[in-house]
Design a protein around this ligand. Sequence first.
Ligand code: MN
Length: 143
Amino acid sequence: MLSPSLEDYLEEIYRFSVSHDIVRVTDISHKLNVKLPSVTKAVGKLRAGGYITYQKYGVIGLTDKGRQTGGYLVERNTLLQEFLRTICADCDVDAEAEAMEHYLSKTTIVSIQHLMVFMKEHPTTYQQFVDYVQQSKKKDKER
Ligand code: MN
């Protein structure tokens, strides 16, 4: 199991690898705004876990396991952002999805996925929910 911090590193390495041919330790350091020694330490742990390879000049490569897990982490983050928007949460969606992602079990993630698909397949029902939320917010304001 990866710690929240290592999950974030792997997630960012994966994101970067999708749009760039080469991922360097310095890229991740800039992207996450953390000092180079911290990134090097995290990268060492990810390598020990078999998620990445680490070559000369700070070049990071993803193993199959790393690519698979990284892809899952990105999808999970996207799903939680979508979830927060779907329930009409008045929050900083990026920040809250970022905070939630590490603490939910895989089965809860699957349940949220089911809810998202259900809402998409039942737009009328979803609209009822949105109307209900808007009415509730209006009532709360009037109180
Ligand atoms: Mn996170």
